[in-house]
Write a protein that binds this ligand. Sequence first.
Ligand SMILES: Nc1nc2c(c(=O)[nH]1)N[C@H]1C(S)=C(S)[C@@H](COP(=O)(O)O)O[C@H]1N2
Ligand SMILES: [Mo]
Length: 309
Amino acid sequence: MAHRYISDLTRADVTPKEMWRTRRQIMAGAGAAALGLAAGPALAKLGAVKTGYGQDLEPNSWADITSYNNFYEFGTGKEDPARNSADMVTDFWTVKVDGLVDAPGDYTLAQLLDGMTIEERIYRFRCVEAWSMVVPWAGFELADLLNKVGVKPEAKYVSFETAVIPGVMEGVSYPVLDWPYREGLRLDEAMHPLTIMATGLYDEPLPNQNGAPLRLVVPWKYGFKSIKSIVRISLVEEMPETSWNLSNAREYGFFSNVNPLVDHPRWSQATERRIGGGLFARRQETLMFNGYEAEVASLYDGMDLAENY
Ligand SMILES: Nc1nc2c(c(=O)[nH]1)N[C@H]1C(S)=C(S)[C@@H](COP(=O)(O)O)O[C@H]1N2
Ligand SMILES: [Mo]
């Protein structure tokens, strides 16, 4: 079974133990498939172009990244998304692009990906809950997609929505958040070269629990801005409503830039726990803009970052 990709497994196939396979085990399975030792489809490599991003960082394991998740549509526990998301079918995914664009429409994934360069981007990922990972994403720049559909001059923000699939996403039956999960960026943040739409990690298609088939990644912002399983992208004039801000505006601002100097009302943001570091690992210092200060600080020139949290 190890030759099959995790998101191809139906829930009936998946034992909790399989969800905890290490990447090395998965790769051993892939090797066996390549040698003809096992029947069935091989892993689907994306062939992401290598880049210089994050060459100095040590990525978390496949097991860490795919077993410790936040995806409230599938439950609020860290292990819920891996356990409960296998039935989400992403094969015939479409994304509605609307609002202030030249070419609005319902795009298939293939149409959206046409002409895009899939690159490997190894980024730090910092959750607002003060844990972090390093993830080798595969994806393309959101700017390329926005340029392809044509942004009208009046557009000032981009808003995103996640799929709502009752019966498959058990979490959407509960008013944990105001569904659909919604997020937004200012247009200059969306156009920044660090902002990507991820389609994979470790050069393999995104597992469902990580937001298949398409999710946003904004590495200098808290993880909740990186919205998963996107079905709608709208170009708008006004700052859009976002789910976490709607649920608690005092705790979750629109900008949510990683900032060790601005604490969450209920905990410090000065340090973080790196997942996979072991029980006794020392907490590490959180970096301004999650370590991307040189690239993004100028976006916020003249803004009070404590007020615009
Ligand atoms: N649709 C949706 N997107 C989401 C979330 C969610 O619950 N639903 N959780 C967010 C939070 S809080 C984090 S930290 C990241 C987690 O991404 P990961 O599971 O790939 O590490 O996804 C973000 N995107
Ligand atoms: Mo998060």
